[in-house]
Write a protein that binds this ligand. Structure first.
Ligand SMILES: [Zn+2]
Length: 73
């Protein structure tokens, strides 16, 4: 796992412990409430540079690959 991805993962896992939901981006939309995610935000999510939350429901958005990593651990 690349360091940048691992850092994001650790942050998200910390948030997850605090009770915040993490959902994957599915078909350009929030996996929790299906609110569509603008392309700009999607690219930020894929870059793993910062934690992006859904504007509509407040859940933390991750790309599907990272979401799968969280579930496996
Ligand atoms: Zn949402």
């Amino acid at each position: 796992m690349e360091p940048r991805l691992l850092t994001s993962y650790e942050k998200i896992r910390g948030n997850f412990r605090n009770g915040l939901a993490v959902v994957p981006v599915v078909r350009d939309a929030c996996g929790g409430c299906f609110y569509s995610i603008p392309p700009q935000k999607q690219s930020e999510i894929k870059q793993h540079k910062k934690i992006i939350a859904c504007e509509n429901c407040g859940r933390i958005l991750v790309d599907e690959e990272l979401h799968n990593n969280i579930e496996v651990k």
